[in-house]
Design a protein around this ligand. Sequence first.
Ligand SMILES: Cc1ncc(COP(=O)(O)O)c(C=O)c1O
Length: 389
Amino acid sequence: MQEGFYRDTWVEVNLDAISQNVSAMKKLIGEQTKIIAVVKANAYGHGAIQVAHAALESGASMLAVAFLDEAIQLRQAGFDCPILVMGATRAQDVHVAVSYGITLTIFSLDWAKEASQYVDQGDVLLHVKVDTGMGRLGVTGVDELQAILEFAQEHEHFHIEGIFTHFATADETNSPYYLKQLAKFQEVIADVPKGNLLIHCANSAAGLKDKASLYNAVRQGISMYGLTPSVEMKKELPFELHEAFSLKTKLVHVKQLKKGDKVSYGATYEAEENEWIGTLPIGYADGWLRKLQDSEVLIEGKRMQLVGRICMDQCMVKLPYELPVGTNVTLIGRQGNEVISSDEVAERLETINYEVPCTISSRVPRIFFKKQRIIEKANPLLLKRPGKV
Ligand SMILES: Cc1ncc(COP(=O)(O)O)c(C=O)c1O
């Protein structure tokens, strides 16, 4: 049993892989271009605080998240670097960002006007979001951008420190839409006095493939975690990515079923002969989704098949022979020469690799490794509550 948690299912996060991926990106984009480490959604399920430390130690100089709460979590953990909230923040919460020195995204003139009514002291640090084709947040043209810049100039508490956009198709090879967005961004910011503004538009995909997208910074997300932005980009990566996320469990029960015995809800799996079946303490409530029925896991370095429906907390694997309770099982990661990558799981789930680590729920403890040694275990379920033992 791993001290710090009391179940035999856990995620291992290799922080050296995070460091390698950030250093490699830094080498690729050059000293002049900053790395903004995207650690939203608990660092894509990896663990925001630990990943942020590794990223900043390896060449990133700023963090980005989606929501103010995530930024506050990082400040409260002691990070004093710039932290950008890329999503929308409620205008009435702007003073909270001011008190924490967190940078917000200004995405419309209406938002700017409303937010200005809630601030009468301190500095509101802002990056303007330009919508060049995502159809999501952001100003859509030069006029609104100019109006925002003028509005900010007249408002003593507003400080515009950056301008950015986000690509919809940077992960596609030869995407005319990507080029169109880049051209629109260039056009929209053409007459803006750049001064010390941090201008950034590249996500991992753009940063990996197109120097023209770099400006002052790359917002590195998926590639920091060692995953490719898309399957098609895999063939043309400029450096090797190191996957940081593994998902592991153990056999907690092993039994022999007789020919004709059934397994799991719906009794959909029937033993064709006398079969050894192992029970794994992981299920769809952990993010090991029902669609992963019949997928493979690694035991003793070999692929073995899950059988029957995946339950909320457990699932079953067909074993070639009796194996001891406590045998290690890898659901994502390497065992011997075999690897099950997040890409493979994503393919099974008919989704993108981004969704795989994000989906592994907070019920699964995270163990952080550096130089092959455990440096921390995080189990949100067992955080000590004040006043309770
Ligand atoms: C605005 C913004 N910038 C950057 C990123 C990072 O993108 P990637 O994970 O593809 O590097 C994201 C992620 O979705 C994002 O929403």
